[in-house]
Design a protein around this ligand. Structure first.
Ligand SMILES: C[S@@+](CC[C@H](N)C(=O)[O-])C[C@H]1O[C@@H](n2cnc3c(N)ncnc32)[C@H](O)[C@@H]1O
Length: 271
């Protein structure tokens, strides 16, 4: 069944207001295919009935629509290079600025199913000697209920653990549950907290951080929203702290107090 022009406009406006995400009007097919699954799941009749639930802000409809219209693609050590660069170049330098016996605070601002914060947690575990008595606290947030509950379970299937994760880490940091599933060990997951957080809402739950990852999410926003989010995120970063954008992302919309890393241009330091 096709979506009417009027319904498409309503949905585009709804998702922009709820999440900040800009969906262009030619994404009719994406809206149709993803929302038809929501309609089925909630046992609704058609797009009109879903939209009327959204107009009345029925919780299940809102939650499921947001879940359906976010793109959660991710994998362990995504793009590899930034993680290697973090481990070899950034971490040793960053640690010097964090007093011993205090906490290293990291925020993954759109963490999807958890591969990104868990990758960071494994790197920090591997570099325990460098951390000395410092504790690590990684806060990982996302707007999607469904993806945050998957992330906090810490269970990944065979396909997921074969994407980006070195076999040595799989053996060392995961327990095999059954033929197709692995669970990340407590020694890694205990340093990661998952919370729901909408990047266009308030950031009250976020403490000032030494490192912020905000990767592969800004692409979904228009410039005005991007700029607003980058401004708010930057206020949660300590002086000398680092901001990682996605590998091919750079931004001229960042506040002026950043220094761009010359070797890896998607990494910025707050000066
Ligand atoms: C493509 S994934 C990127 C995951 C990870 N950072 C990476 O690079 O692999 C984008 C994530 O951003 C989340 N997202 C989209 N809009 C958001 C918003 N307004 N607030 C918080 N998270 C949002 C989506 O739910 C999705 O999980």
């Amino acid at each position: 069944v096709k979506l009417s022009k009027e319904n498409i406009d309503y949905l585009i406006g709804f998702i922009k207001k709820e999440t900040g995400i800009s969906i262009s009007a030619d994404k009719e097919y994406l809206l149709e295919s993803r929302l038809s699954r929501v309609i089925k799941k909630l046992d609704l009749e058609d797009y009109n009935s879903l939209i009327s639930e959204l107009r009345f802000r029925k919780e299940e409809a809102v939650k499921n629509t947001v879940d359906a219209l976010t793109t959660n693609e991710t994998y362990f050590f995504r793009d590899h290079k930034p993680f290697e660069f973090f481990e070899k170049k950034i971490l040793p330098d960053m640690i010097l600025k964090i007093p011993d016996r205090s906490t290293v605070r990291i925020w993954c601002a759109a963490c999807s199913s958890g591969q990104e914060p868990y990758s960071l947690a494994m790197i920090l575990r591997e570099n325990q000697n460098l951390l000395e008595e410092r504790k690590v606290q990684i806060l990982a947030t996302d707007i999607s209920n469904k993806i945050i509950s998957k992330a906090s379970e810490g269970v990944f299937n065979q396909f997921e653990v074969q994407r980006g994760l070195p076999v040595t880490y799989l053996v060392k940091y995961f327990d095999k549950l059954d033929e197709n599933h692995w669970k990340i060990k407590d020694e890694i997951s205990s340093s990661v907290d998952f919370k729901l957080l909408n990047l266009i809402a308030d950031y009250d739950v976020i403490n000032e951080c030494d490192l912020i990852f905000c990767r592969n999410v800004l692409i979904y926003f228009d410039d005005e929203t991007k700029k607003m989010i980058l401004g708010k995120i930057s206020r949660k970063l300590k002086k000398d702290g680092y901001l990682f954008l996605g590998t091919s992302e750079t931004s001229n919309l960042l506040p002026e107090f950043y220094k761009q890393n010359q070797d890896m241009r998607s990494i910025y330091q707050k000066i």
